[in-house]
Design a protein around this ligand. Structure first.
Ligand SMILES: *[C@@H]1O[C@H](CO)[C@@H](O)[C@H](O)[C@H]1NC(C)=O
Ligand SMILES: *[C@@H]1O[C@H](CO)[C@@H](O)[C@H](O)[C@H]1NC(C)=O
Ligand SMILES: *[C@@H]1O[C@H](CO)[C@@H](O)[C@H](O)[C@H]1NC(C)=O
Ligand SMILES: *[C@@H]1O[C@H](CO)[C@@H](O)[C@H](O)[C@H]1NC(C)=O
Ligand SMILES: CC(=O)N[C@H]1CO[C@H](CO)[C@@H](O)[C@@H]1O
Length: 874
């Protein structure tokens, strides 16, 4: 096909525009591409080329944010197919093109050929051949052979009913794009870290992309886990300031991933930001960016990287050593040491303290070594006052200092150890530290014996804690991630503890007998009023009721045996979790007594939040004291990226539907009552036509994806779609107007008469699921719920309102048409399902309204065995 064109073009060299070359950076639509040159010391120039003489459909466009008069526009039929056809052919490939025409606005029109010269495939022709683009006949003049050829190809595509020329229109080719996810954390959790197929649609900077998740067409912004690239800082006036290497980092990611087919593991979703790892057969971009000096490791987000943090650190280390790009001025903390002073074997002469030893070097010289990045047991808060006592002996008076020293002594004294110096902490003079005693210079090192890192051993015994650093602080252990991991591993899970000290209502010091260690523990889910604090900026006054909260917690737990469940750790190395004493949940008790507000992280724990939502209105109605607590509830910090998701109002616009089918997974199908009469008349005339001309049995050959008519058990014909063909006797069909599925023999299928195609009337059944409820995981419980729903609403008219979108289908609330009672709430009241808590403000009200009718504490009465799932043991 292409060679004929080439011959024609060459036969007329006088008019042949000059051929130019480039690489396709992006396919804008079925008839426009962006072509770039080769990079030379920076991102290369780009040009947009629209294909001459043809037109492909426009892709979906999102409303312009902040301009209420604009609307989301959907794909034109076959537009996405045309884009995909072109994308698969040309993305990242070398092409050549001619510019035949340039508009005064600078828009360029031309021909694009695959490969190095115009003997390659002419992509406009391929598109027209597949019926994915139409020919602009209006502009055709004279006897241009290329245009005539396009017209011929179009006529052939029409005759063959390809693409746009298929019968039945292209409604099924229009994507149901979802630009926002109401509850990204649930969404991420629901994928269980399984790789999802995706296309990268936009690259914001080296480590933030917008991806189209397949097959459900969610557009999500994903930040690469574990790293950060230089970015484009948004200024107050809306302009962007590029950080050094941000454009290069962006180009690096863009040239490898833009519009490529990838898989993404969505790993975590703190603060509405989705963190993930992109898998591409050619390697993984996270590691590559680090290795090329386009990114740095980020401690907090390293924790969720599923592919092994040590590889990322190694990649970063390699970039630092080579001083590439962002590391061009990097100086290693031990750069001015000779190799022999950086790494050596030495004999341990003395264990000075829980984090320091004296070793004898080969030279015979003695040297004090501090263990990198750990902190020995120490006193906190008011305990420090003991320090002022004359008789104070740290080794014996600080709890666990002695145990820690003993641990080191037994393991190390008189032994040879490997020492790797990680950093030298400069001496601090008394002046700099504002009168605090000065520290001499310290050599900090990783000390190993028989391959065991002794600092890590101390941490996992709970005899030391790990120091937290500023992100760009390199003065740390070369095995820092392992230290952090050891710290968390040792204390997670449920364990016994003794409360040693109460700093505030929600901040405690605990002794963990099993681990023989002391930890600082913060109650999860809540935030007690802060006490007064001495800050660099001066004394910070206490928030109201901080004293009451402290007293409350002291009375309840000080020096008592409690049970704790550690969930996570904060940036300062404090443990966060739940604390129970004699069946009382301290977080719950504090909130119940109006001594604490909810911490914005609380929604993670559904049950707790549920309770809080229930108690919130009660609190707002309460005394002045209660109100003051809730007054500042809005204060939650938002990260830059979080602004990509915007707040919405809940919209209640119930419309009448007719429920036709309920699935085992508690989804249901419904028809819009408004178009119901159209369906009835379509069915009537369709059956009339079929009766007049009955299909010849066996004359129909089913093809997957085709629409057809199927003879249902009631002997009537219905419109259907073929989903799967196991054998001619076993064809899986989906009844497009009713939502039910059936497996039947192809003898009960026939062609859909064109007059009744989905072009005439769209499929009438739409799938939905209930908003705000959790579908029971347990099969029996689920069956009970489904049975109840079938009894209540199958083949019944109801009122439906879409509350939020979901992975499979919209989540809705449904009301009985007569009583206006909420169907989902009925299920909750019967104890058949549980409430699913929503985080979005505009939905919370809805959930709390649901609860206004209920006494949550009584749930246990309905289903004793569920009590646990609600977190309330009676
Ligand atoms: C060129 O292509 C772009 C992207 O598909 C499209 O938005 C634009 O309308 C095209 N220009 C014309 C004049 O067709
Ligand atoms: C020190 O390290 C070397 C190589 O890493 C190892 O062979 C040796 O056994 C180590 N010595 C001690 C005392 O751990
Ligand atoms: C935690 O510390 C205890 C107490 O010494 C120790 O026996 C245990 O092995 C540690 N657990 C982990 C996971 O390191
Ligand atoms: C305390 O509340 C949290 C959150 O609801 C829950 O996970 C935990 O199981 C509760 N504990 C008790 C004893 O109720
Ligand atoms: C999970 C995964 O694909 N990891 C790969 C990341 O990329 C490096 C090469 O750059 C591979 O070695 C890893 O297997």
């Amino acid at each position: 096909m292409a060679s004929a064109v080439a011959a024609q073009v060459q036969s007329n060299p006088a008019s042949a525009p000059q051929l130019q070359r480039g690489i396709v950076k992006m396919v804008l639509s079925g008839c426009a591409v962006i072509v770039r040159g080769q990079p030379r010391g920076g991102p290369p120039p780009e040009r947009q080329i629209n294909l001459s003489n043809i037109r492909a459909g426009a892709l979906a466009r999102r409303a312009v944010q902040g301009q209420p008069d604009t609307k989301d526009t959907p794909d034109e039929p076959w537009a996405f197919q045309a884009r995909e056809f072109l994308r698969k052919k040309v993305i990242g490939k070398e092409v050549c093109f001619t510019v035949e025409n340039k508009t005064p606005q600078g828009r360029e029109y031309g021909m694009v050929y695959l490969g190095k010269d115009n003997s390659g495939e002419n992509i406009a022709e391929s598109l027209v051949t597949e019926g994915l683009a139409t020919v602009r006949r209006e502009g055709i003049r004279g006897n241009n052979p290329e245009q005539a050829r396009l017209c011929d190809l179009e006529d052939q595509a029409k005759a063959a009913k390809k693409g746009l020329w298929t019968e039945g229109g292209g409604a099924h080719t229009v994507r149901d794009l979802k630009y926002t996810i109401e509850n990204p954390r649930n969404f991420v959790d629901s994928l269980h870290q399984k790789p999802v197929n995706a296309i990268i649609e936009h690259v914001r900077d080296g480590c933030i992309v917008r991806a189209l998740l397949l097959p459900d067409y969610y557009l999500v912004t994903v930040m690469l886990s574990g790293i950060k690239c230089p970015t484009f800082k948004r200024e107050a006036d809306g302009s962007e300031t590029p950080e050094p290497f941000s454009a290069e980092a962006k180009f690096f990611t863009e040239s490898r991933l833009l519009q490529r087919d990838v898989q993404i593991i969505l790993e975590s979703c703190p603060n509405q930001v989705i963190l993930g790892t992109i898998l591409h057969p050619n390697g993984n971009i996270t590691e590559l960016l680090l290795k090329e000096g386009f990114a740095r490791c980020v401690d907090w987000s390293m924790a969720v990287y599923t592919q092994g943090a040590e590889k990322l650190r190694a990649a970063e280390r390699s970039a630092k050593e080579r001083k590439v790009r962002i590391w061009k001025d990097y100086v290693a903390p031990t750069a001015n040491l000779d190799q022999k002073d950086r790494q050596f074997v030495a004999k341990v002469m003395q264990v000075v303290n829980a984090d320091a030893i004296v070793v004898k070097l080969n030279s015979g010289e003695h040297k004090t070594i501090h263990l990198s990045s750990i902190r020995p047991p120490r006193l906190e808060g008011e305990e420090k006052n003991k320090d002022k006592d004359k008789r104070f002996r740290p080794l014996y008076d600080i709890p666990y200092m002695f145990e820690a020293r003993e641990f080191l002594r037994k393991k190390l004294i008189g032994k040879k150890v490997n020492v790797t110096v990680d950093y030298i902490r400069a001496a601090t003079s008394a002046m700099e530290t504002g009168g605090v005693p000065a520290f001499p210079e310290r050599t900090c090192a990783t000390v190993t014996i028989g391959g065991i890192n002794i600092a890590e051993a101390l941490v996992s015994k709970g005899l030391a804690t790990v120091i937290r650093y500023r992100q760009d602080d390199d003065q740390r252990s070369s095995h820092y991630d392992e230290l952090l991991a050891a710290e968390l591993a040792n204390v997670s899970g449920r364990s016994e503890a003794v409360v040693e000290y109460v700093f505030s209502g929600s901040r405690l010091k605990l002794y963990m007998p099993k681990e023989t260690c002391l930890i600082t523990f913060l109650l999860a889910g809540i935030e007690c009023p802060r006490g007064s604090r001495n800050m660099p900026s001066g004394m910070q006054v206490a928030e109201p009721y901080s004293e009451e909260a402290t007293i409350f917690t002291k009375e309840l737990v000080l020096q008592r045996e409690v049970e704790v469940e550690v969930e996570s750790m904060d940036k300062a190395g404090n443990f966060i979790g739940w604390l129970h004493i004699e069946g009382v949940n301290l977080s719950v008790a504090l909130v119940d007594n109006a001594l604490s507000k909810v911490h914005f992280t609380a929604e993670r724990i559904g049950t707790f939040y549920l309770w809080l939502i229930w108690s919130e209105p009660r609190m707002n109605e309460g005394s002045g004291r209660l109100r003051s607590l809730w007054a500042n509830y809005e204060e939650k910090p938002k990260e830059e990226v979080a602004q990509l998701t915007e707040e919405k109002e809940r919209v209640a616009k119930y419309r009448a539907v007719y429920v036709t089918e309920i699935t085992d997974g508690l989804h249901f199908f419904a028809q819009d009552v408004e178009t119901g009469t159209k369906l009835e008349s379509l069915m009537e005339s369709m059956r009339g036509e079929i009766a007049a001309q009955p299909p010849v049995e066996g004359s129909f050959t089913p093809r997957r994806g085709d629409f057809c008519i199927a003879k249902f058990g009631d002997g009537e014909w219905y419109r259907a779609r073929i989903e799967k063909i196991e054998s001619p006797a076993k064809v899986h069909v989906y009844y497009i107007d009713y939502g039910n599925r059936e497996i039947l023999s192809s003898t009960r299928l026939a062609a859909l008469p064109p007059a009744f195609s989905t072009r005439t009337l769209l499929p009438q059944a739409t799938e939905y699921t209930f908003a705000f409820i959790q579908v029971p995981q347990d099969e029996d419980a689920r069956t009970d719920a489904v049975d109840s729903v079938v009894r209540d609403i199958q083949n019944t008219q109801c009122l439906l309102n879409v509350e939020y979108s979901g992975i499979v289908c919209p989540h809705v609330t449904l009301q009985f048409a007569d009583s206006k009672d909420d169907v989902g709430l009925g299920l909750v009241k019967e104890g058949l399902v549980m409430v699913d808590v929503r985080k979005e403000k505009h939905l919370q009200k809805m959930v709390s309204d649901k609860h206004a009718h209920l006494n949550i504490w009584r749930y246990g009465d309905f289903r004793d065995d569920d009590a646990d799932e609600f977190g309330y043991r009676r």
